[in-house]
Design a protein around this ligand. Structure first.
Ligand code: ZN
Ligand code: ZN
Length: 187
């Protein structure tokens, strides 16, 4: 199972939409994808940087990984409204740690509203699915892909995210399958 949790308040319909799309893809490997509930944001206050008004993304990953082990899940993905950053980067849409097999995606900068544009739920779902698929790819050992249509292509901006597709290119998919087999997830 790939476990999906929301971290702090976020609209349920968005999280469920992401779960549906990711499940739709990963079912081909016989891997289920389940929303397992909301985790409160308060325990992650240690990640908060008041000067930046952002959260250091990596702080979330060990806690998510512990929850993953408790659940007996092969991977865990957190979806949050909290704005994330990493050292040397102004922000990140998400990040992942393959050894911990945990990942997190922030939707804040995927929203049109963040840029003063009209909200667009369809576009927001598309973007969040792409970021979720991307970070799960990293969880399963995929690196960035030079193919700009591949979901493993690096997104530095929403333009990059909108330009790429929601799926792994054939080369990445082949590697993904190989890595899942190594993990013992595939028979
Ligand atoms: Zn990446
Ligand atoms: Zn690729």
């Amino acid at each position: 199972m790939i476990a999906v949790v929301s971290i702090g308040p976020i609209e349920r319909s968005l999280v469920e939409g992401v779960v549906d799309s990711v499940r739709n893809y990963y079912s081909r490997f016989g891997i289920s994808v389940e929303f397992v509930g909301e985790v409160p944001a308060e325990p992650f206050s240690v990640a908060f940087n008041a000067r930046r008004n952002q959260y250091l993304g990596r702080v979330f990953l060990p806690t998510l990984s512990a929850l993953r082990e408790e659940l007996g899940a092969v991977a865990i993905l957190g979806i949050t409204e909290l704005d994330l950053y990493e050292e040397g980067l102004n922000f990140v849409f998400g990040l992942a740690n393959p050894s911990l097999r945990s990942a997190i995606v922030s939707v804040q900068r995927l929203r049109n509203e963040f840029y003063g544009l009209e909200p667009d739920d369809t576009l927001l779902l598309e973007r969040t699915v792409k970021e979720a698929m991307h970070e799960l790819g990293h969880v399963f050992g995929l690196k960035h892909c030079p193919n700009p249509r591949c979901v493993m292509h690096f997104s530095n901006s929403l333009l990059d995210t909108d330009a790429k597709g929601p799926l792994y290119c054939p080369r990445c998919e082949e590697k993904l399958e190989e890595n899942l087999r190594k993990l013992g997830v595939l028979s």
